[in-house]
Design a protein around this ligand. Structure first.
Ligand code: DSN
Length: 423
């Protein structure tokens, strides 16, 4: 076979071992219910853009100011993604080049801080993110970080602590948002604090970007100077990220992403982000976002009825954080048992956790992926029952019960296919 033909074979022909693994992953995702709140099932169109020849291209720089030739297409593609982001979120400027959420946040530090400057964010075990100044992250090592949390009684962000800490420590940058926050973020309240101390407010909307785009969570635009988001969670695009801001900060943000932190953008990802942003601007996406929240509320209520302790007592968004202390089952044991039962979620620390981060007291779950498949309130009630039965089975180490649940979940999934079958 000629070299040309060899290189134009399908994955199945060229590398059956990897093809089989891709097929198996498709089957795994199809035959389980993904409840990880930061995951989703992207459309075939997003997958096709991601798997296109745009992966071959280098395009360091920005449109019409690149360091490589052959940019005729990329110089149309990247502005298209940017314009879609600006339209969808109502911002003056968007940078679609960050490789993912952590590099995006690091670029924000580079844009506004010098090493050793003070940053304030929500502590990781309280629901924040590593890159909001947590100690083991570069952002906690290279900057002086102060961290706020939630109130013990309510499980909600302690805005009094935020205000007091900001007044005392005078951070230059304040992050709001995080990875395990089941309640709406009060952007005006954060903006008031940031304005009082002269800090730049960064809204990390990675988890809730799709809800904001769909109009079911308040927007930080007009309150936060910078919006940072991944593109693959509720927004349902490829793994990637965006930074958005007003014109005032556009040059600093762009310079920080490239050449400050990154080399060439992943143009295939840019194409897929453009596709996802196009999808998210359609009316059906607003209906999807509303259903994510409706599903999460029903699931949360059903879990409470079954005696589960939810951090903050419920949810306003796509995410539910369950404290299993009262059930006497560690989060990791529950998460692993539920995975065997075909319900995929993750173990998670809960605020004021007395257990270790690698063996915490909670589980974190959410509805974006299940809602993409068309699951609604009725299926949420089933899921709550399975979680309840699965956690009890985990406690009793009852593998036959786990198997029974896995069988029922499998049956349900057949009616809710996922997009993107390989081949
Ligand atoms: N890993 C992401 C999440 O699961 O929330 C945050 O970076």
């Amino acid at each position: 076979m000629s070299a040309q033909k060899t290189l134009d074979q399908t994955l199945e022909q060229a590398d059956p071992a990897v093809a089989r693994l891709v097929e198996r992953e498709f089957e795994r995702q199809s035959q389980a219910i993904c409840l990880i709140p930061s995951e989703n099932h992207v459309s075939r169109a997003v997958l096709m853009a991601l798997g296109s020849v745009l992966t071959n291209k280098y395009s360091e720089g920005y449109a019409h100011r690149r360091y490589y030739e052959g940019q005729q297409v990329v110089d149309e593609l990247e502005p298209l993604a940017i314009e879609r982001a600006k339209g969808l979120f109502g911002v003056e400027h968007a940078n679609v080049q960050p490789y993912s959420g952590s590099p995006a946040n690091l670029a924000v530090y580079l844009a506004f801080l010098d090493p050793g400057d003070t940053v304030m964010g929500m502590a990781l075990p309280m629901g924040g993110h590593l890159t909001h100044g947590w100690g083991v992250s570069a952002t906690g090592k290279w900057f002086r970080s102060v961290q706020y949390g939630v109130r013990r009684e309510t499980g909600r962000t302690d805005m009094d602590e935020v205000r007091e800490l900001a007044r005392k420590e005078r951070p230059k940058l304040i992050f709001c948002g995080g990875t395990a926050i089941p309640r709406a973020i009060d952007f005006p309240a954060f903006a008031e604090v940031a304005n009082e101390v002269g800090a730049i407010l960064v809204a990390d909307i990675a988890h809730i970007a799709g809800l904001i785009a769909g109009g079911v969570h308040p927007s930080p635009v007009g309150y936060a100077q910078v919006l940072s988001t991944t593109t693959h969670k509720t927004l349902r695009g490829p793994r990637g990220a965006m930074l958005m801001c007003s014109e005032e900060h556009a040059a600093s943000i762009d310079k920080a992403v490239f050449p400050g932190l990154q080399g060439g953008p992943h143009d295939n990802t840019t194409a897929a982000i453009a596709v996802a942003l196009g999808e998210a601007s359609r009316p059906e996406f607003s209906a999807y976002a509303a259903q994510i929240v409706a599903n999460a509320k029903v699931l949360a209520e059903a879990l409470v009825e079954r005696g589960f302790d939810l951090v903050s007592g419920g949810t306003d968004n796509h995410l539910i954080l369950v404290d299993l202390t009262s059930k006497d089952v560690p989060g990791k044991v529950a998460a692993k048992a539920l995975d065997r039962a075909r319900l995929t979620l993750n173990y998670n620390t809960v605020p004021f956790d007395t257990r270790k981060p690698f063996d915490p007291s909670g589980i974190r779950l959410g509805t974006p992926a299940a809602t993409t498949r068309g699951m609604k309130e009725r299926e949420m009630l089933e899921i709550a029952r399975w979680i309840d039965e699965g956690v009890e089975a985990a406690k009793r180490e009852d593998e036959s019960e786990i198997e029974r649940i896995a069988g029922e979940v499998l049956e349900l999934t057949r009616a809710f296919p996922i997009p993107g079958a390989p081949g």
